[in-house]
Design a protein around this ligand. Structure first.
Ligand SMILES: NC(=O)c1ccc[n+]([C@@H]2O[C@H](COP(=O)([O-])OP(=O)(O)OC[C@H]3O[C@@H](n4cnc5c(N)ncnc54)[C@H](O)[C@@H]3O)[C@@H](O)[C@H]2O)c1
Length: 336
């Protein structure tokens, strides 16, 4: 790394790749040097939009000595192999969620990054949305007493518009709804509620017959600290919605519009309102990339590690297994 800049290569020039590239370019200590997309048209379009060198061959990108780190924004089934290849080429890795499709792949990614002394950060970006972050801060501070229960609902109507990609219909490519969409919420529940003891879930494919996985799921989580969590994950909702609530011994946290909106904290003494725009205005994707870049420059682990990404993957897999077996599934052994 020359001076105090991290030189970055992007892998996957699709929707998220462009979002990462756009935000990275606003970070002074980072420079986007090159990009790779397996599809020539996507690579060329990216080159003309961002004015940088591109290739369709990942090995060629990884062979460049002027790249310190890569951002991986390809479909989920590619994350493990591409992370392993990048780490072996001694590049720090920022990998989009879901980290991988199996716990074994997550373990491989963590091990190879450790062996090659490179950072591994997973793009669990919800942690940087202002309302999400404020809920975590208040629960962790203990000022409202012990967490008793937390519920998150994220309802969509299926993958349309820019999200309508064939790979999203296949569980073996995307990980299905619980990985492709809800690793966000599973990471969040785990971050706020702590380690999960077990899950029990019901779900099925109700509407999108062309998806080979459940499109509506109710999952109950039992945390090791005794608290309860619930995720209502759905792609069958015409109206859609995204929010939740948490109840602690001495106060309730109400967040009916998680992406923005406000957080109401209700105690016996009255209520307080936090508005998203007053908490933070930094773009959450910029914020996560800034953390990645700063962690490399400061030679420290990033705030969101491979172990965090692995927990979200383990939770999704356990929920799928509970749906299939009709039984509660213990996370002991999966989440250390
Ligand atoms: N953090 C978020 O909020 C968020 C939002 C959207 C997507 N994502 C994640 O980003 C990842 C990509 O999603 P997307 O919406 O950008 O998908 P996309 O389909 O728009 O883009 C994927 C790109 O990867 C390219 N690609 C496919 N195989 C490749 C290979 N072998 N080597 C290099 N490039 C290859 C494709 O040509 C495509 O351009 C997924 O893991 C998804 O979950 C995260």
């Amino acid at each position: 790394m020359p001076g105090d800049k991290v030189r970055v290569g992007l892998v996957g020039c699709g929707v998220m790749g462009k979002s990462l590239a756009t935000q990275l370019r606003t970070i002074e200590q980072a420079e986007l040097v090159a990009a790779c997309d397996a599809f020539e048209e996507a690579a060329k379009a990216f080159a003309s939009e961002f004015g940088i060198w591109v290739t369709t061959n990942l090995d060629e990108l990884l062979a460049r000595n002027d790249i310190d780190a890569v951002l991986i924004a390809t479909p989920p089934h590619l994350h493990a192999e591409q992370t392993v290849a990048a780490a072996q080429a001694r590049k720090h890795v920022f990998c989009e969620k879901p980290m991988a499709l199996t716990v074994e792949d997550c373990d491989r990614m963590i091990a190879v990054c450790r062996e090659n002394n490179v950072n591994l950060m997973i793009g669990q970006v919800l942690r940087y949305f202002p309302i999400h972050a404020k809920v975590k801060e208040l629960v962790s501070s203990g000022e409202l007493g012990r967490l008793i229960s937390i519920t998150i609902y994220r309802l969509g109507g299926g993958f349309t518009g820019i999200w309508a990609k064939d790979w999203r219909k296949s569980k073996s490519l995307s990980g299905g709804m619980l990985m492709e969409v809800n690793t966000h919420e599973l990471d969040y529940l785990h971050w706020v509620g702590g380690k999960v003891e077990s899950v029990f879930a019901m779900g099925g494919n109700f509407l999108h017959r062309d998806y080979d996985y459940p499109d509506c799921v109710f999952a109950i989580l039992k945390f090791r600290n005794g608290a309860l969590g619930m995720l209502h994950a759905s792609q069958v909702s015409i109206a859609g919605d995204y929010g939740g609530r948490a109840d602690c011994e001495k106060g309730s946290l109400l967040f009916p519009k998680l992406w923005g909106g406000e957080l109401i904290v209700q105690t016996e003494d009255g209520h307080k309102v936090f508005k998203a725009e007053e908490l933070s205005t930094e773009n959450p994707v910029r914020r996560e990339l800034r953390e990645f870049v700063e962690s490399i420059l400061e030679r420290r682990p990033p705030a969101i590690t491979g172990e965090d990404g692995r927990c979200a993957v383990a939770l999704a897999l356990a929920i799928y297994r509970s749906i299939e077996t009709g039984k509660p599934i213990s996370l002991r052994g999966w989440i250390m």
